[in-house]
Design a protein around this ligand. Structure first.
Ligand code: URA
Length: 449
């Protein structure tokens, strides 16, 4: 029987707070992908979803329709595990956890994103390494994954093309911050990558898209439930993003900090989070009995140097110059720095993490327009963390900039000292926990016939 749907009636139904059927949602997304639904109709539906919500069934139906708008890979064995972060400032954990997990026997298919707003992108950062190819075909991606156990590429138009269209519309129609829309956007891409399990790092705090913990919890629940409905093993970790992760913000600087961490000389918070996420991947892969045992295995791979060697292998097999591991001067770098000094004694109690991320974008380390080229060399090094005792005259931040950017650096310096970093006379009562909540759910085993 031919269906009689119309874009108008589906938009009207959601506008009037009615539940959409799977068939209606599928029809709408297929129409968008084929170019038969206009952008203004999709935008109207997005706003209706933003205002009136989607329940679990509708969210799963939307995820499914977006997932099957493109190619779907399938690695059904339990040891194929993917990881995703909702994005933060200075978040370079993927470069550490992926080689750790791969060194422990997990197969890691990573299709990562580019920078978005104030958050940096894994693909932009790895491209700071000369020659590293992130635009290989899906066929090359699959064969590298089987042979090497670890591969890292950028989004391809073959994976979830509906998300690309929808995301671009959400970005300009004020419909980004919607839990069902974020769930479907992230999960359609992650499910298409075919891994059997997914570890999701959901950031909360002033540098995250989900600034409020209550929203981060709702997103975690929605992502877990959607993953389970697609028979995936799921771990969600809610982690703090009220200060940058580690010290480095900016592409080359973050690669250096990642290599230092793989050499076991990295910042404590970045090391802790990378081990927890890698341990989660090992656990979901069935290669440890508990998450705690997974973390112990991850730590052993870091301590032995096996993870660093896996990272070297990744660079070599994707055409990059692996000499950067031993010689950081081979990475793009600036010749000038500008130090921001503390103007009083006290304790660092608060940072505006989002604003610090935006300063890096302004220096050229991220894009203000999609067509902008990235400057890999520039960035910020945070010299202090929340809770640290501060002495007047000490460096709070070092800006890595080019000689012709000293005026901009000085202007950013004023903003950072006045607004982005708060120093108080008394020590903050308790520092926020880095890892706030971990929940794991294994998909029910399929009944044997
Ligand atoms: N990341 C995504 O891929 N999609 C969203 O909607 C938000 C963050």
């Amino acid at each position: 029987m031919k269906n009689t749907f119309s874009a108008y009636s589906i938009i009207q139904k959601k506008r009037d707070k009615e539940k959409l059927t799977k068939e209606e949602i599928t029809w709408f997304i297929e129409g968008l992908t084929k170019g038969e639904i206009a952008d203004y109709q999709m935008s109207a539906l997005l706003m209706a979803i933003y205002l009136n919500g989607f329940d679990k069934d509708e969210t799963v139906a939307l995820t499914d329709a977006m997932l099957y708008s493109g190619k779907v890979l399938n690695f059904p064995e339990q040891y194929f595990i993917d990881k995703h972060s909702t994005g933060g400032v200075g978040d370079k954990a993927s470069f550490i956890l992926a080689p750790i997990a791969a060194a422990c026997g997990v197969k890691v298919p990573m299709i990562a994103g580019r920078g978005l707003g104030h958050t940096g992108g894994t693909v932009d950062k790895i491209e700071a390494i000369k020659g590293f190819k992130t635009d290989i075909t899906l066929a090359e991606f699959e064969s590298l994954l089987h042979e090497r156990g670890l591969v890292l590429i950028g989004q391809t138009s073959e994976i979830a093309p509906a998300d690309k269209k929808i995301y671009a519309l959400r970005d300009v129609t004020a419909t980004i911050e919607s839990i069902p829309l974020i769930t479907a956007s992230i999960m359609s891409k992650k499910l298409a990558e075919g891994a059997k399990g997914i570890v999701m790092d959901i950031k909360t705090g002033n540098g995250a898209f989900m600034a409020k913990l209550s929203d981060a919890k709702k997103l975690a629940e929605s992502i877990r439930q959607t993953g389970l409905r697609f028979n995936k093993n799921m771990m969600t970790m809610i982690t703090d993003m009220s200060e940058p992760l580690g010290s480095a913000i900016g592409n080359s600087l973050e690669i250096i900090e990642s290599i230092e961490t793989l050499k076991n000389k990295g910042p404590a918070d970045l090391t802790e989070l990378s081990l927890a996420l890698a341990g989660g991947m090992i656990y979901l892969a069935g290669l440890s009995k508990t998450h705690k045992d997974g973390i112990a295995k991850a730590k052993a791979a870091l301590d032995s140097g096996a993870a660093l060697e896996k990272f070297r292998e990744l660079i070599i097999h994707q055409g990059g110059d692996a000499r950067v591991i031993d010689d950081y001067s081979l990475l793009p770098h600036t010749t000038s720095t500008y130090k921001i000094l503390a103007t009083k004694n006290g304790f660092l109690t608060k940072m505006d993490c989002k604003s610090l991320g935006m300063h890096c974008v302004q220096l050229g380390g991220g894009r203000q327009k999609t067509t902008d080229a990235i400057d890999f060399a520039v960035g910020l090094m945070m010299e202090k963390k929340i809770g640290d005792k501060i002495k007047k005259g000490e460096a709070l931040v070092t800006i890595h900039c080019h000689a012709n950017q000293m005026k901009l650096a000085a202007e950013l310096g004023v903003m950072i000292a006045k607004k982005d970093i708060t120093i108080t006379a008394t020590k903050p009562r308790a520092k926020k926990k880095l890892i706030i909540e971990v929940q794991t759910k294994f998909a029910p085993k399929k009944n044997k016939r």
